[in-house]
Design a protein. Structure first.
Length: 287
């Protein structure tokens, strides 16, 4: 039984690693967060009702269509927010303002972007939402996000409308355009680059992956709630629904410690991640 459990875990890791056309270097994959969640991610992929391709047609989730239909209104509220920041009336960056965090939003978000928050609140599948900017001349290195239970949604608000501002997911390129939406599986290797002279602003949403069966959807919903317990919390003053129970409190503590170590020493962080993978494999064997 021990070898079977360990074998299932290692098989899950390899399935996730070899999924798609592109993959991370094996050394990087072994300490990547997606390695810890490999069995869970394999479950999400196997029972997914949405296509398991790098990009998913936005039309496959019609409940998101109101966002695209009202993109100019969302842009107007984002521009008002940007103007307030320039005047010093609002502090923090775009990611400091969560327009939705599961069943609620920050009080500041509801005050500054009321119509956008109302739209998001009416779409239960949207779990997390915020504005995200990619400044001119910057990019994101190739990486995987850890959890396959969500799909990532981008709605172009103020983009360069230029092919030099793009994202690649598993080798397939997408260029942002104002008013256009795209949906992708963030557990594929992806990266982005803005080679234009102006920044790119999108509405970013994490959308719960639709599953084939109700019980599988319930598992996805529960695990997603547990996972957010270990994520970056909104800043002080935010109304974040904190899940209760020992697993959630433990994940919050582990997430906070991991982020502090990563900010202090990347080398120590990688050593810890490698040791954690090895320790997890030993625990599986001894279980």
């Amino acid at each position: 039984m021990k070898w079977q459990i360990l074998g299932i875990y290692l098989l899950s890791v390899m399935c996730i690693h070899w999924r798609g056309r592109l993959r991370l270097p094996l050394r990087q994959q072994l300490v990547d967060q997606s390695t810890f969640l490999a069995p869970v991610n394999l479950f999400m992929v196997m029972f997914s009702r949405a296509p398991t391709t790098p990009f998913v047609a936005a039309g496959d989730l019609p409940e998101l269509e109101p966002l695209r239909e009202h993109w100019r209104m969302i842009l107007a509220e984002a521009e008002d927010l940007k103007a307030l920041r320039k005047e010093g009336m609002v502090r923090g960056g775009w990611k400091d303002l969560y327009l939705k965090w599961y069943d609620t939003a920050q009080p500041a978000a509801r005050e500054l972007c009321p119509r956008t928050c109302a739209l998001l609140q009416a779409i239960p599948a949207v779990k997390l939402a915020t504005f995200v900017e990619l400044p001119a001349g910057t990019g994101l290195r190739p990486h995987r996000d850890p959890y396959a239970g969500w799909l990532r949604y981008h709605l172009g608000l103020a983009t360069p409308n230029d092919d030099a501002c793009f994202m690649e997911v598993d080798g397939q390129r997408y260029t942002w355009r104002d008013g256009q939406a795209m949906l992708f599986d963030e557990t594929y290797v992806h990266w982005a680059n803005n080679g234009c002279g102006r920044s790119r602003l999108v509405l970013l949403c994490d959308v719960e992956r639709p599953m084939r069966f109700r019980w599988a959807q319930a598992v996805n919903h529960w695990f997603g709630r547990m996972l957010t317990a270990g994520m970056n919390a909104p800043p002080s003053g935010a109304e974040r629904p904190e899940p209760e129970g020992l697993p959630f409190r433990l994940l919050r503590a582990l997430g906070q410690g991991r982020r502090r170590l990563r900010a202090r020493s990347m080398a120590a962080y990688r050593v810890l991640m490698a040791a954690s993978v090895a320790g997890f494999a030993v625990l599986l064997y001894l279980a």
